[in-house]
Design a protein around this ligand. Structure first.
Ligand code: MN
Length: 482
């Protein structure tokens, strides 16, 4: 299980008794948080920072431990922050500054100088906050008594985002073929992605998958078909077309196992040796947390993997989607989001149907795909674009809704949503912000999760929602924002 290390700050000025109490209080805090967060993360206490040397030793443990996704720090007493400089300079994982106390209430009738010296987070945490700011270290501050539900919830959120950042650093996107020709937003700086987010983006020919698909055994395909039949309704007589997708999924899984790839892309313009575009195969894989980007979109492939990781353990659906077409009738403005085939099965409101239909573009055989209506509820739509000299995340609050009328002739899965604060401002804001037509939609995550991710990764962020105004987005059109 992933873990966070907990480091408490003090100093040797106050004597042995005080340091013993610091260690005991912090262990109690760590035990309490471990019990509360057992479903999400394990927390482990490191030696109290009394000197610069101890801080360096603690941070070395944080850095080399592969199970460790981040660190929580708290100053029980005053802890002169020059002692933290060299340790913090080693830190390369998400940092939570927990601004708390061992005591909830101030003991008015009992308080003396010993109590004040022992319990002075108001003093020590500000000294520490200064050095984090001075060093320019990305971090999250959570303030409040550690037993309060809102504080525990925010520590849980930090743990989930830290796990997502760990997933980000361990991302290998296998791109089968290159970007779809002439599409701009799916392109960008792969080297920049690896430096900033740890995404290794490596090219392979789609022939690798075609060969593995050809080599798949009947037993392997039967097993995959049994999985499909247990999860989905077979609404086609063209079983051979479905078995072809099962072949592809077996092949992609084998390829990922062999190479360590965690996510992938393909493009319908490069399907050499393949009979169909992977549809059902990609949809089923995405529902298992595998990132996918169509048309060679390696950024959305990696980003969807990271956000699916962030949503792990929460209610709701998270996955890749493409903006397609609008209903602009006044009063019921909606967007229909979908893709040629590859909408993650996680979005299904009911049991998806496996159907086989021709695909108008690509010139290959009729591909099997899952068809379903999407989930409803409050959600976010998030994307990440490469602006040449920096990356930008755009996060819009949306409301996923039921489709107002049936669409019997649309042979793909789809979700529908309403923009905020309204159609005119919400969609224009996305356009001004340079938001892609590929994004991640989630009913499990919210804006604050994305703010935290942007904060901890040092990424520019634009948010769109009920607080967005026409005047604000007009400013986004001014030169300094372009
Ligand atoms: Mn697309």
């Amino acid at each position: 299980m992933s873990k966070l290390y907990f480091i408490v700050g003090s100093q040797d000025l106050y004597g042995e008794e005080c340091l013993k109490q610091v260690a005991a209080d912090t262990q109690e805090m760590v035990d309490f948080l471990n019990e509360k967060l057992a479903d999400t993360i394990t927390i482990e206490l490191l030696p109290t920072v009394e000197t610069s040397r101890i801080c360096v030793e603690d941070m070395k443990k944080v850095v080399v431990d592969d199970d460790c996704v981040g660190v929580i720090t708290w100053m029980h007493t005053f802890s002169p922050a020059k002692m933290w400089i060299k340790g913090l300079q080693l830190l390369n994982k998400p940092l939570l500054h927990l601004h708390t106390q061992a005591n909830e209430a101030l003991p008015y009738s009992e308080i003396d100088m010993d109590f004040m010296n022992l319990n002075q987070a108001a003093h020590g945490d500000r000294e520490y906050g200064f050095i984090l700011s001075r060093l320019g270290i990305a971090h999250e501050v959570v303030a409040g008594f550690y037993k309060h539900e809102d504080v525990i919830a925010r520590i849980r959120q930090f743990a989930q985002v830290a796990k997502a950042i760990d997933s980000s650093r361990n991302t290998l996107v296998a791109t089968f073929g290159n970007n779809m020709r002439d599409v701009a937003v799916t392109d960008g700086n792969r080297l920049g992605c690896e430096i900033k987010y740890g995404w290794e983006i490596k090219y392979w020919g789609i022939g690798e998958i075609a060969d593995l698909a050809d080599a798949a055994s009947e037993a392997e395909i039967d097993a995959k078909m049994a999985e499909y039949e247990s999860k989905y309704t077979m609404a086609t007589d063209n079983i051979e077309a479905v078995r072809e997708q099962a072949r592809y999924e077996v092949a992609i899984e084998k390829f990922m196992e062999k190479t360590g790839a965690t996510s992938f892309t393909d493009t319908f313009q490069d399907l050499h040796g393949m009979k169909q575009l992977p549809g059902l195969a990609a949809q089923n894989l995405m529902a298992k947390g595998v990132g996918f980007g169509p048309e060679g979109d390696y950024k959305i492939s990696a980003f969807s993997q990271v956000l699916m990781k962030m949503a792990e353990g929460r209610e709701g659906a998270t996955g890749f989607i493409e903006d397609y077409t609008y209903d602009m009738v006044p009063g019921r403005e909606l967007e229909l989001a979908s893709h040629m085939l590859e909408v993650p099965a996680s979005f299904a409101a009911g049991k998806p149907e496996i159907q086989v239909h021709p695909l108008g573009i690509g010139g290959k055989a009729d591909p099997a795909r899952l068809v379903f209506d999407g989930v409803t509820g409050d959600g976010i739509q998030v994307t990440l674009v490469d602006l040449g000299d920096h990356f930008r995340i755009i996060c819009a609050d949306i409301e996923l809704v039921e489709q107002p009328e049936v669409m019997p002739k649309l042979p793909v899965a789809r979700v529908m949503y309403r923009h905020k604060p309204n159609f005119a401002i919400g969609t224009a804001a996305w356009c001004y912000a340079g938001g892609a037509h590929h994004s991640v939609v989630s009913t499990a995550l919210n804006r604050s999760d994305i703010i935290l991710f942007a904060k901890l990764t040092g990424t520019e962020l634009i948010t769109i929602g009920d607080d967005t105004t026409q005047e604000e987005i007009d400013r986004w059109g001014l030169p300094q924002m372009r």
